[in-house]
Each structure stands twice: as structure tokens, then as C-alpha cells.
Design a protein around this ligand. Structure first.
Ligand code: C5P
Length: 225
């Protein structure tokens, strides 16, 4: 029985803490699968916006989330996300969709609708899942739970550099404001709020490089698995 257990690493934390980048690095180091759970909330937000569904219509949004016609395609540059035959990889990363995702993510029926889909990503040889409630709700039995943080200013700075590299104009003060607002929404909702699991390892990456964080997480994984 024990040999059938799929190793799962969860990384939770506030927006822009670097969870996605670290998940990708660690996954390629260990040969694990990846779940970017935020993308499912972003896709639900984008699809409900396209369909003109009001935020007050929780059941309709949950139905959409349950039947989300999405495909994740591995390509050289990373992952291509196709929603209803359209490449939405860039569109779902916009700040406004992040903010809408945070509103959609506060709806209990939507979270319920996405639960099994998220769990289905867990396959051998292992999974690394990032989000807000990976360690607390989706994979509570995970053997390695990390809660990754960085100061809001550092997170905004990182996001600013990412956007600039893509040729998108941004303003640091506005990014700090948006990040703080989204964190506040995520931490104060009633269902699966953003918080560390009781048995999570806390990792403040404010003063750490991507390489240092990757090494630390791989070390922890090797100790646990
Ligand atoms: O991680 P990302 O910024 O892409 O997530 C977008 C939003 O989706 C978050 O602000 C949060 O409200 C929601 N989310 C969530 N639970 C997760 C992952 C994301 O509520 N596990």
C-alpha cells in the first residue's frame, strides 16, 4: 500500500511570492508533475467574464468551473493553456483577471467544483502543487508543505520586472496596492483562506535568489521522500 502513495509537495503563499517559478524548477529537478491551481481560478474568471455571468450567480460560475473546457499543452517555452480552442496563456495572467479570480475563488461552490479536478493532477512519480490552500484543503496529507512569503514590496518588484520583460508597462505603487488587496481578500474569505497549514515549513524568500529557494525546496523534498 505504502509504495502506491504519490509524493506531493504543496507550496502556498501570497500573490507573487515566486511559487510558480519555484514549482517549475523543482518539478524539472525531480521529474514531478505540476499543478498551477491559480490558473484554474483564473480560467474560471476569464470564462465567466466572456460569458457575461454575474459574480452573484454562484451556481452558474460553479457549473462553468466544473466543466471548464481547458487543455494544458506542454511546449518548449513552458505550458500553453487552451480554453475553448483559444490560447489564453497570456490573457489569464493579466492583473484584472487575477483580481477577478480572487473574487470567484471566494465562492464556496466554485472551490468545491474545482476540488476533484485539482486532486486528479496527482500522479506518479509525484506532484508539486502551488496555490493558496494546497496544504490545508486540497492535499492535506502531503508530506512536504511549504508556505512561501516575501515582503509586498519585493513581490511587486518581481512582478514589475516580469511585466517589463514582456514589454508591458506597470507602476510599482499600483502593483503593491493590488497585491495587498488580493492578499487581503484571499486571507479573509470564509472558505479555504490563504494561511499556512499547521505543519508547513515557512520560507521567507525576500532576501533569497530563485536558485537558493529551489535548492532549499529540493533539499527538503529529498529529506522527506
Ligand atoms: O496564484 P494566482 O495568482 O494565479 O491565483 C489567482 C487567484 O486565484 C488568487 O488570488 C486566489 O484568489 C485564487 N486561488 C485560490 N486558491 C488557490 C489558487 C488560487 O483561491 N489554490
Amino acid at each position: 500500500m505504502a509504495s502506491n502513495i504519490i509524493p506531493v509537495i504543496t507550496i502556498d503563499g501570497p500573490s507573487g511570492a515566486g511559487k510558480g517559478t519555484i514549482a517549475q524548477n523543482v518539478a524539472s529537478e525531480l521529474g514531478f508533475h505540476i499543478l498551477d491551481s491559480g490558473s484554474l481560478y483564473r480560467l474560471t474568471a476569464l470564462a465567466s467574464q466572456d460569458d457575461g455571468i454575474a459574480l452573484s450567480d454562484e451556481s452558474k460560475i460553479a457549473e462553468l468551473a466544473l466543466n471548464l473546457p481547458v487543455e494544458f499543452l506542454a511546449v518548449d517555452s513552458g505550458l500553453k493553456i487552451i480554453l475553448r480552442d483559444e490560447d489564453v496563456s497570456e490573457a489569464i495572467r493579466k492583473e484584472e483577471i487575477g483580481m477577478l479570480a480572487s473574487k470567484v475563488a471566494a465562492l464556496p461552490k466554485v472551490r468545491e467544483a474545482l476540488l476533484e479536478r485539482q486532486r486528479s493532477f496527482s500522479e506518479q512519480p509525484g506532484l508539486i502543487a502551488d496555490g493558496r490552500d494546497m496544504g490545508t484543503t486540497v492535499f492535506p496529507d502531503s508530506a512536504l508543505k511549504i508556505f512561501m512569503t516575501a515582503s509586498a514590496e519585493e513581490r511587486a518588484e518581481r512582478r514589475y520586472k516580469q511585466l517589463k520583460a514582456k514589454g508591458i508597462n506597470a507602476n510599482i505603487a499600483a502593483l503593491v496596492k493590488d497585491l495587498k488587496l488580493r492578499d487581503e481578500q484571499d486571507a479573509n474569505r470564509a472558505v479555504s483562506p490563504l494561511k499556512p497549514a499547521d505543519d508547513a515549513v515557512l520560507l521567507d524568500t525576500t532576501e533569497m535568489s530563485i536558485e537558493e529557494v529551489t535548492i532549499r525546496v529540493v533539499e527538503l523534498a529529498k529529506q522527506r521522500f
